[in-house]
Write a protein that binds this ligand. Structure first.
Ligand code: BV8
Length: 234
């Protein structure tokens, strides 16, 4: 039985933000049913048509800035779990929204980058991005235009802080995947990577098809607080 002193890694995906009003990617009506990822979420797409890629991310950034979009009970439950956890704790999110940090999570890592940050291709500096980006946006660092991009990880690009993630996976005794379809690697491979050494749990609207020691299914705002409660009331 894992205790509060063991290493814990939490992986989240778009499902945890669904009840905050942000679409998932692969559910019916999701992001990839509206636009092809090859057209907006690869370096090749950005080189081919930067305006189209900027429009895709500008629309998502504007939606995230809507005051109606706020952390939900699942985000808050994970922030509470981090506060009471005594062992090593790391929350790895595939999400580019900022709802985990707004809920109070601190030991948090955005392996696919962040929507509200921009990066200059010319000088490499990163900057807060709360308004639209375009090819005409001048870099606050070097002043050049044409090089500002969303600081997110596109398909074919290296996910962020993989060494830190691998170290946390190596020492964890409990791994929980929340609101992710397990479609995107390397995140989709984490559960198999720790199997046998850590207890693996899936908290999702429905089974993703991945192998876990335990599964709890239903909307994240119900399932995640209940699971946290089951861990912390012992
Ligand atoms: C890379 C950021 C090399 C921008 C995204 C094998 C090994 C390595 C790579 C590959 C491999 N096979 C294929 C690859 C290449 C590729 C890949 O995985 N392709 C897929 C399509 C097959 N991977 C890459 O290119 C990655 N880079 O591999 O570099 C490397 C490898 C290892 C080590 C070093 C280097 C980069 C991938 C990152 C791409 N960027 N997004 C942006 O957001 O626009 S991916 C995108 O998908 C999002 O980040 C999203 O988070 C992610 C995963 O999707 P999910 O979050 O799971 O969302 P989804 O809609 O799929 O599922 C939602 C789930 O929620 C569902 O299960 C649903 O039931 C549930 N749900 C719905 N409502 C609720 C709910 N659950 C609870 N409550 C609810 N209310």
């Amino acid at each position: 039985m894992t205790g509060l002193d063991d290493g814990l890694v939490v992986l989240t995906g778009a499902g945890i933000s669904r009840e905050s009003g942000l679409a998932t990617f692969r559910d019916p009506g999701g992001v990839w049913s509206q636009v092809r990822l090859e057209d907006v979420a690869t370096p090749e797409a950005f080189a081919r048509d930067p305006g189209r890629v900027h429009a895709f991310y500008n629309a998502r950034r504007r939606q995230l800035a809507d005051p109606a979009i706020a952390p939900n009970a699942a985000h808050r439950a994970l922030a509470e779990l981090e506060r009471v956890w005594r062992g090593p704790f790391l929350l790895v999110t595939q999400n580019v929204d900022d709802l985990h940090e707004r809920a109070g999570s601190v030991a948090l890592l955005h392996m696919h980058g962040r929507l509200r940050v921009s990066r200059c291709i010319h000088c490499g500096t990163t900057h807060g991005a709360d308004t639209d980006l375009s090819v005409r946006t001048a870099c606050p660092g070097c002043g050049r235009t044409g090089g500002m991009r969303p600081d997110v990880v596109w398909f074919g690009e290296m996910p962020r802080e993989m060494e830190r993630i691998e170290a946390a996976l190596d020492r964890c005794r409990l791994f929980v995947a929340i609101g992710t379809s397990g479609s995107v690697y390397p995140a989709a491979g984490f559960a198999a990577q720790v199997r046998g050494r850590a207890r693996t749990v899936e908290l999702n609207l429905e089974p993703s098809g991945g192998r876990f020691d335990e599964g709890r299914y239903g909307p994240a705002t119900g399932v995640v607080p209940e699971w946290v409660e089951s861990l912390t009331r012992r």
